[in-house]
Ligand binder design. Sequence first.
Ligand SMILES: Cc1cc2nc3c(=O)[nH]c(=O)nc-3n(C[C@H](O)[C@H](O)[C@H](O)COP(=O)(O)O)c2cc1C
Length: 362
Amino acid sequence: MNLEERRAMTASRKIDHLRICLEEKIERGRTGFEDIRLVHDALPECDLGFIDTATEFLGHSFRAPLFLAAMTGGHPDTKKVNVVLARAAEQAGLGMGVGSQRAALENPALADTFSVVRDEAPRAFLAANIGAVQLRDHGLEWAEKAVEMIDADALAVHLNFLQEAIQPEGDHDARGCLDALRELCEDFRLPVMVKETGSGISAATARLLWDAGVKAIDVSGWGGTNWAAIEGLRSGAPDSGKDSTRPPLSEVFEEWGIPTVVSLCEVAGTGGPVIATGGIRSGLDMAKAMVLGADLCGVALPFLAPAMKGEKELSTTISAFVRELRVAMFLSGAKNTAALKEKRPYITGVTRQMLGNNWRIQ
Ligand SMILES: Cc1cc2nc3c(=O)[nH]c(=O)nc-3n(C[C@H](O)[C@H](O)[C@H](O)COP(=O)(O)O)c2cc1C
């Protein structure tokens, strides 16, 4: 494939993903939040009207522990979506990640589909985004260009080897990514975060990442947006090889991944700060994630359709998440996020089985 063809493919993939996420059912599995109950405080001794949802993350203030997770940019049609997301993040005092900047690093004519977020969100915490394979192949140069492009506060390096394995044209060689991360963290002027994209991160991987110098981990676990499903729909279901009696690879691997709650507990047991992303679908899920050790909660898919409609729709959705979080905090007797993080969860079912007796895995 020549350079022009590669550029065109990277950009058109972005649009395919957005279209599929909007039109198809692409969530699979269970996050584990259904196995978590917070303890009801029948005498909360706080005022619902004065619940303080503010928090700090990597030295930045957030009005609520909510992060608009990486989704888009990289095709001319995605610019307006990033405008809406950025305005909402700025107005609500939240943070936001852009989607993979690979398309604009390959073709600088697309840079404005990303840089527009800083124009629209001059004060919000913004995370730049590149893939671990792009980091390995292009090193500090692309990392620096990505953060410069949006005047970022941090760089998120994404891990998406499930998606790559299923894409016929994907990067199937994952060697050298940890070394590339270690090298980046040694020199980089901004905090480096590592995020999965829907398959979760284990305690063992988290330890390698902290040792490499990573400053935050976003677990992006299984149970929400499912990239095996998306890739299956995008390519007309890539098959498992020549044997047409086998189901497509994408279908076999829809069940692959660490559920968000299990991943969150494993990673939070190794260090922090930690972002819980992957199937967070309400402010109640956010409250549960905070009790389990999250510092921020990331949400992608539920914000996509409202962001396509416009600012008002997205703000309404964000306000609903924050209102639900407040009510959960009130009913848990937590007047602020620090108090919420001290609360005790009930853990039941499969999640309890997967975590064993010690839910704060050391
Ligand atoms: C349309 C769409 C595009 C995405 N693109 C990226 C991306 O470019 N880079 C990245 O790190 N994550 C990307 N993600 C993954 C999200 O940041 C998040 O980790 C994942 O979707 C799980 O969250 P959710 O269940 O709330 O959607 C994308 C998600 C969606 C829905």
